[in-house]
Design a protein around this ligand. Structure first.
Ligand SMILES: Cc1ncc(COP(=O)(O)O)c(C=O)c1O
Length: 435
């Protein structure tokens, strides 16, 4: 096998630096929550391919489903000759997503593409131009995706002009409330601000869609108050605005629910899935009210690879696995364990300003001072680095880069979890010592 050094040299020569890498290793094998590299080092994986491996790396059932599908046909293209796995998966998503109304589903390849399609569909249906997105939002790296995404560097900087008719409002980020209020005394001022937006920015009847992550992912694992989305949805309904939940990171059991929308008791008009939907096969979906989904004309939606048979077969196996292995339940318990451990870390380390998340989608927001809440981004970077040196793969996030997040497979074994959490604890203690 070629060495890391050799591959790094080739990578530097042949692949542009813009295509980022968080860690300087090359994988040789991945199984469950363990990644092995070409030097035969083993790592505990708290990143899961950025939230893609909720069922674990190379879950046997998924691998077999892909292998069996590959022996039959790989790509007739749904737009040329149809195939059953596309229909079966659409039906499954229509059944399991929140909302007791007739639904339809279309497939694409990446999260960003699902976002793009959802906005196309909402604009077509409403015949309106404007889209509302949030501060701290992340919706992908395509032209429209980056316009909807909040953080400027590295996502938008130098790549403009970004798509027009995208408007941004503050999110319910209680730890750093844009209105300086405290929940619940605030009476959800941030949701009510939407009505001010219609007065001051764009009239409600010009807005096609509002797109939002139920738990913001890249933006810092931010969970709004439970009643927040019901109020936002009411305001959208009152103005004929399509309410789109981007569950690309939060979906497929990540939050202790199949979809985080369930926790908030909200039924989105359109719901977006990708990442853990197909456990590593490139697949994304837009699922939603049949009336909205079915609005665009024939030929207006699609793409060569959307709903590729291998990816659909993988996703169908993922749904089987979630059910048979009780992974949602396991995820809830995992979330409780990690939260307990994180609360203990918070008691030990002043640098942890907040522990937050839903189920096992948990984050630690690091601050230089608990009073001023100045973001501690450099410290977060060091913790990721020290964890890596001790064989734990960890990710940070947040618009200020100061949040440590966990996206480990829901199937992670207890001793792997314990070992990973011990490495994290050790990393915090070292950052404290080195200052
Ligand atoms: C909430 C959310 N939306 C959209 C995307 C974009 O997905 P992709 O990278 O597959 O285009 C991501 C990716 O991290 C995401 O977390």
């Amino acid at each position: 096998m070629r060495s890391t050094e050799e591959l790094l040299k080739l990578r530097a020569k042949h692949v542009p630096k813009g295509v980022f890498n968080i860690l300087p290793i090359f994988v040789s094998k991945a199984e469950g929550a363990i990644i092995s590299d070409v030097e035969d080092r083993q790592y505990i994986d708290f990143a899961g391919g950025i939230g893609v491996e909720n069922v674990g790396h190379c879950a046997r059932r998924v691998v077999e489903a892909v292998q069996q599908q590959a022996q039959k046909y790989m790509h007739p293209c749904f737009h040329v000759t149809m195939y059953a796995p596309y229909i079966d998966l659409a039906q499954k998503l229509n059944e399991v997503t929140p909302g007791r109304f007739p639904k339809m589903t279309m497939f694409a390849n990446s999260g960003a593409e699902a976002v793009e399609n959802a906005i196309k569909i909402a604009r077509y249906y409403t015949k309106r131009p404007a889209v509302i997105a949030f501060e701290n939002a992340f919706h992908g790296r395509t032209l429209l995706g980056m316009a909807l995404t909040s953080k400027v560097k590295p996502y938008k900087w130098g790549f403009g002009p970004v798509a027009p008719e995208v408007y941004r409002i503050p999110f319910a980020y209680c730890y750093r409330c844009s209105y300086g209020r405290t929940y619940p005394a605030c009476d959800l001022r941030c949701a009510e601000a939407l009505n001010d937006f219609f007065v001051n920015q764009v009239s409600g009847d010009q807005v096609a869609a509002l797109i939002v992550e139920p738990v913001q992912g890249e933006g810092g694992f931010i969970v709004p108050p439970r009643k927040y989305f019901k109020r936002v949805k009411e305001i959208c309904d009152a103005n004929g605005i399509v309410f789109i939940m981007d569950e690309i990171q939060s979906g497929m059991g990540r939050t202790g629910y199949l979809f985080a929308s369930e926790y908030f008791g909200v039924e989105p008009d359109l719901i977006l899935t990708a990442k853990s939907l197909a456990a590593g096969m490139p697949l994304s979906a837009v699922t939603g009210k049949a009336e909205i989904m079915d609005a665009p004309h024939v030929g207006g939606l699609g793409g060569t690879y959307g709903g590729n048979p291998l990816a659909c077969a993988a996703a169908l196996a993922v749904f089987d696995l979630l059910q048979e292995e009780h992974l949602i339940e396991k995820g809830k318990k995992l979330g409780q364990k990690v939260r307990r451990a994180f609360e203990q870390l918070k008691e030990k380390y002043e640098i942890i300003g907040a522990v937050r998340g839903l189920g096992p989608m948990l984050g630690l927001e690091l601050v230089k001072d608990r009073e001023t809440r100045e973001p501690a981004a450099e410290e977060a970077r060091k913790i990721v680095q020290i964890a890596f040196e001790n064989r734990l793969i960890l990710l940070s996030c947040g618009n200020f880069g100061n949040v440590i997040r966990t996206l480990m497979p829901l199937s992670i074994e207890d001793d792997q979890l314990e070992r990973g959490l011990a490495v994290l604890d050790d990393a915090f203690s070292r950052v404290r010592r080195t200052g």
